[in-house]
Design a protein around this ligand. Structure first.
Ligand code: ATP
Length: 643
């Protein structure tokens, strides 16, 4: 079955944040039905003095839902997530990509707010819906069974990183914070299309397992970005679920394979606006290169659809505009999703304040609505592919054999034509053999490999000083801080990256540096041996060779005693110290002394002073409880994701 369908485009505006509300700024975007209206700020008035307004029509337009994130997220799932599930379970490839400037809500739409289950985004909701549908169909229909595999990759500076594989995702970052990894190779197969060679595909059997991989992938992304002192918004992230449905009857076995690709693109802002220089500028140029390539692909495809049909088949070929998929890794990998075999959805996220960026996003999105995809149900594609690969492998082996045979070598070199070089043939043969080996792997083998990879990832993170504790219940996933050991929690402006890494400070000494021998390895701006934490009842931090370290906003030059809640800046990294034992003692003391003043500042962001008990006077009793609970909760969870 084949269907011609336009890309479905939704636009979503984020609400004003608390800071913007306080400033009393004017919203420039309003939504009515399927329309988004953008008001030109300042003196942008028309002939009759009215404010200039531009209107764009989309398939869906989501206004900001400031008082209830849940309603907004549910609406997006009802319209887009449910459609994706329906198509994927019918055997169509699907793709959703979020496009918009940094901070406009792409990650919020795709992942959700990790600290709150009610704010879960499209990926967790699609995962939950997928396994609910699978369970229901397996129970209802005899002979039907499903297998789901997931992959998660990141495209950063035109290189592909495997977020489910510890070697390529994190441990290959060298001591200068540069990523040694040349990235995974993007190849193309005539039937398979563009694909990433050696990309990990993890076998998952439940919603919770699928989420674990999403969270682990996000963590790998954060580790890599933290090590390079970058922001996750500078890379494109592609989370893919491959859904295989088998139906076994007495007569035959049929198989349908569909792919659900969920793409969180890098921030789309123009380079000039960010005032970047040096490496950041080059990085920005690469991001712009891929987003510009995406823009060109969208424009070429949209033009193609708007063109009147060619009168004859001979002139048709010349009138088809060239689509520059190969201009970037991103467009090359999304080739199927843009104008190819996929049901595709674009969510354009906009900020209510930024006229220029919002205008450019709305224009981009309206162009995308003209793209027509030709989606086909992918029935028995695996069997066909295996047959094709076998034939290819036989042919390649035959050609290689001809090349290596003494008589043939001379004749091939002499005429030089027809066949690729020996190296090319071997390379192609190796790629085909990898593909066929993967296709022939049993489900049990895939499950075993997934387990081994997960363990390797945890070991790699542990080697970098990062806590990889899990709740052991298989219930929800998240980062868990140890109950008794003091630890550093990373803080970042980027909500996706903040408070999701935990570095333990063990009894004795913990050295922080950018050298492999350091207990905690950090990247940019950190010296080889930067500072040392000494924990022997008391916890102190000591800079090494005058390396810059700040505690609660003050530079230190010698040893400094630390207390729970202190902010510590090491090079370009900001951490909060959690010291569960100390926090518990403080809580007990607070309870013993009972009537602690509730006067004074109630701000949670008050910098703790050197003497914690006095500092505690700043908080009322409920806030003290809350603080202490966050630091040494019975479940000792720093942050937990439960969807
Ligand atoms: N629709 C929304 N409702 C409520 N809060 C939102 C919404 N959209 C975004 N936010 C909030 O706005 C902030 C920025 O959103 P988010 O991090 O998703 O932006 P982004 O476009 O992914 O940025 P980046 O390119 O840096 O990854 C977050 O704190 C998020 O929780």
């Amino acid at each position: 079955m084949t269907e011609h369908k336009n890309v479905v485009v939704a636009v979503r505006c984020r609400p004003l944040n608390a800071r913007e509300e306080k400033r009393g700024v004017q919203r420039l975007v309003t939504m009515h039905g399927q329309q988004a209206q953008l008001i030109q700020p300042g003196e942008g008035t028309g002939k009759r003095g009215e404010r200039r307004q531009r209107t764009y029509t989309f398939d869906y337009a989501y206004p900001p839902v400031s008082d209830s994130g849940e309603a907004g997220q549910q609406n997006v799932f009802n319209d887009i997530g449910q459609a994706v599930l329906g198509h994927a379970l019918s055997g169509y490839h699907c793709c959703v990509f979020a496009y918009g400037q940094t901070g406009s809500g792409k990650s919020y739409t795709m992942m959700g707010n990790s600290s709150s289950s009610s704010d879960a985004g499209l990926i967790p909701r699609i995962s939950k819906g997928l396994f609910a549908c699978i369970e229901e169909e397996e129970e209802r229909e005899e002979g039907v069974s499903y297998h789901v595999e997931v992959s998660y990759l990141e495209i950063y500076n035109e290189r592909v990183r495997d977020l489910l594989n510890p070697i390529s995702a994190s441990s290959s970052i060298n001591s200068n914070g540069n990523n040694n990894n040349m990235g995974l190779r993007v190849r193309e197969h005539p039937s398979l299309g563009p694909y990433v060679e050696d990309l990990t595909k993890a076998a998952v059997s439940t919603h919770s397992e699928m989420l674990t991989h999403m969270v682990q992938g996000n963590r790998a992304r954060t580790v890599a970005a933290t090590q390079m002192n970058a922001a996750s918004s500078r890379s494109h992230a592609v989370f893919t679920a491959i859904v295989t449905r088998r139906k076994q009857t007495e007569a035959q076995v049929t198989e349908r394979v569909s792919r659900i690709s969920l793409v969180d693109l890098a921030g789309s802002e123009r380079a000039g606006a960010t005032m970047a220089t040096g490496a950041r500028l080059r990085e920005g140029a690469r991001i712009n290169q891929s987003l510009a390539a995406l823009g060109k692909v969208i424009s070429a495809l949209a033009d193609q659809e708007r063109r009147p049909p060619a009168p004859s088949s001979s002139s048709q070929a010349s009138s088809v505009p060239f689509v520059p998929y190969r201009d970037s890794v991103l467009t090359w990998l999304l080739k199927d999703s843009l104008g190819g075999n996929s049901r595709t959805f674009m969510i354009a996220t906009v900020s209510p304040l930024d006229y220029g960026e919002t205008l450019s996003t709305l224009r981009y999105a309206s162009r995308a609505r003209h793209i027509v995809n030709v989606a086909t149900v992918n029935e028995d594609a695996t069997a066909k592919l295996v047959r094709q690969l076998r034939e290819e492998i036989n042919e390649l082996q035959r050609q290689l054999h001809k090349r290596t045979a003494p008589s043939a070598t001379t004749s091939n070199n002499a005429n030089g034509g027809g066949v690729g070089s020996g190296g090319d043939l071997e390379d192609q043969l190796a790629a085909d053999e990898k593909l066929i080996a993967e296709l022939n792997q049993s489900w049990e083998e895939k499950l075993q490999r997934t387990q081994a990879l997960q363990q390797a990832q945890e070991q790699a993170l542990a080697a970098m000083g990062i806590s990889v504790d899990t709740d052991g219940q298989g219930q929800g996933v998240g980062l868990h801080a140890p109950r008794d050991i003091p630890h550093l929690v990373n803080l970042s402006e980027d909500p996706l990256m903040s408070e999701c890494l935990v570095y333990n400070l063990k009894p004795g000494t913990t050295v922080v540096g950018d050298d492999d021998s350091a207990d905690i390895r950090l990247g940019g701006g950190v010296a080889q041996n930067h500072c040392v934490f000494e924990y022997d009842g008391e916890l102190i931090v000591r800079p090494i060779a005058n390396s810059p370290v700040m505690v609660n906003g003050r530079s230190i030059t010698g040893p400094k005693r630390l207390r729970s809640g202190y902010r510590i800046v090491i090079g370009a990294y900001v951490f909060r110290l959690n010291h569960p034992l100390q926090a518990r003692e403080d809580l007990l003391r607070a309870e013993q002394f009972g009537g602690i003043s509730s006067g004074g500042s109630t701000s949670r962001s008050t910098t703790p002073s050197d003497s914690r008990p006095e500092d505690w006077q700043c908080y009322d009793r409920a806030q003290q409880q809350q603080l202490a609970l966050e630091e040494c909760d019975g479940g000792h969870v720093v942050r937990q994701l439960q969807f």
